[in-house]
Design a protein. Structure first.
Length: 137
């Protein structure tokens, strides 16, 4: 795949929610994922880095899983993207907006690291589940 260098970028960050899928009549799907990525410069009196939450769309061909099938919340990913513009009309007013469209997604952590995070999350949920069921007197 050749890239148009004038409309190309890379986002590196972590998934902050489960991937959402939207089915098309052709059998294809659109995956929508949200990537949390740290800004390049600190802000404010505490010099903390702000985080941007970037929504990314990706086309998944019919009869394929796509890389998004292996993604989970917290996974570190690299997204190569291009920007696409779109127009919608509501009450006679046109609204223009940009879509961050993934050309490719790469998982930037080993399977072991990702599986350990899932195990820790499951253990944490198990220990918190009894607390939620208890009532205080």
């Amino acid at each position: 795949m050749s890239q148009n260098i004038q409309n190309y970028g890379v986002i590196v960050g972590r998934l902050c929610r489960p991937v959402q899928y939207f089915e098309h009549s052709t059998g294809a799907r659109t995956a929508v994922l949200t990537v949390a990525c740290r800004r390049n410069f600190p802000q404010g009196p505490d010099h903390e880095y702000a985080t941007d939450f970037i929504q990314v769309q990706m086309y998944i061909a019919p009869k394929t899983k796509g890389v998004t099938a292996w993604l989970d919340t917290g996974d570190k990913v690299g997204v190569s993207y291009s920007l696409r513009s779109s127009v919608s009309e509501k009450d006679g007013v046109k609204h223009y907006y940009q879509i961050v469209y993934a050309e490719s997604i790469e998982i930037l952590e080993s399977r072991t690291v990702r599986e350990n995070r899932r195990k820790e999350r499951a253990e944490k949920e198990e220990t918190e589940a009894p607390k939620k069921g208890k009532r205080s007197a």
